[in-house]
Ligand binder design. Structure first.
Ligand code: ZN
Length: 242
């Protein structure tokens, strides 16, 4: 079965209703950028980067950059996770990627300006789940503190990969919210066009020992569907009321 037929089947069997989101500023909303770094997004930038221009990933980067600009213009809080690994500590099952100190672990060129914005908190992490990756040795959590300090009620999540780092972060955050660990956060919203995942079709995966097939459109849909199943809202459009 080719990927497009599989997506068609999925859309029938796992229909995903998406909403639209209008942000007015009346409810404090924070933007979370998950791993929009060269090592996952920029062509040729290491083992886990796309090998050729990728439509889904390019759209994710463009949409995230647009949102980041809107949030900065309004001085609304942004939390940016950056995958960053010590060269001697592997992250199975993945090959080496986003090694600290290399370009792979830096924000993509269209987001690099965020490093100098006062409303942006950057957090380097060396695990899939950015919620766990925000834990400090003393048990405090930089993400939880960011939510509390800014009195954030809603987070809007974008980034890569829809079904991996984005999903794990969303699930952990929802569990933390349900346990009352992250007040005053009420709602987690995933913007579908601001998310992307990588493509490893079955015909290629078959020839790579130990690899799992990962057809992009299928896994993107599954990631969004699972996020919604855990209690996130999924939106296909975000607009701002001035
Ligand atoms: Zn990693």
């Amino acid at each position: 079965m080719v990927s497009s037929q599989a997506v068609e089947l999925l859309r029938n069997e796992l229909p995903l209703e998406q909403e639209t989101l209008l942000l007015s500023g009346s409810i404090t909303t924070g933007l979370v950028l998950v791993d929009i770094v060269n090592g996952f997004c920029t062509v040729g930038s290491g083992n886990l980067a796309p090998q050729a221009p990728d439509r889904q990933i390019s759209e994710m980067v463009d949409e995230s950059a647009k949102l980041a600009r809107e949030f900065c213009d309004r001085n609304w809080p942004i939390y940016a996770l950056l995958d960053s690994h010590h060269p001697d500590i592997p992250e199975p099952p993945y090959p080496p990627h986003c090694i600290a100190g290399t370009d792979e672990s830096e924000l993509v060129p269209s987001l690099q300006w965020l490093e100098n914005e006062p409303n942006v908190t950057l957090r380097r992490k060396d695990c899939i789940d950015g919620f766990l990756g925000s834990l400090e040795k003393d048990g405090s959590n930089v993400f939880v503190d960011w939510v509390k300090t800014n009195e954030i009620k809603v987070i809007l999540v974008v980034g890569i990969c829809t079904d991996i780092c984005v999903l794990d972060f969303v699930c952990s955050t929802l569990s933390a919210r349900n346990r009352g660990l992250i007040s005053p956060l009420e709602e987690v919203i995933v913007y579908s066009r601001g998310c992307a995942t990588f493509d490893l079709p079955i015909n290629i995966a078959r020839d790579i020992k130990g690899s799992l097939a990962h057809p992009q459109d299928v896994m993107h849909h599954v990631g969004l569907y699972m996020a919604k199943g855990r209690g996130a809202k999924v939106v296909s459009e975000v607009s701002f009321r001035n």
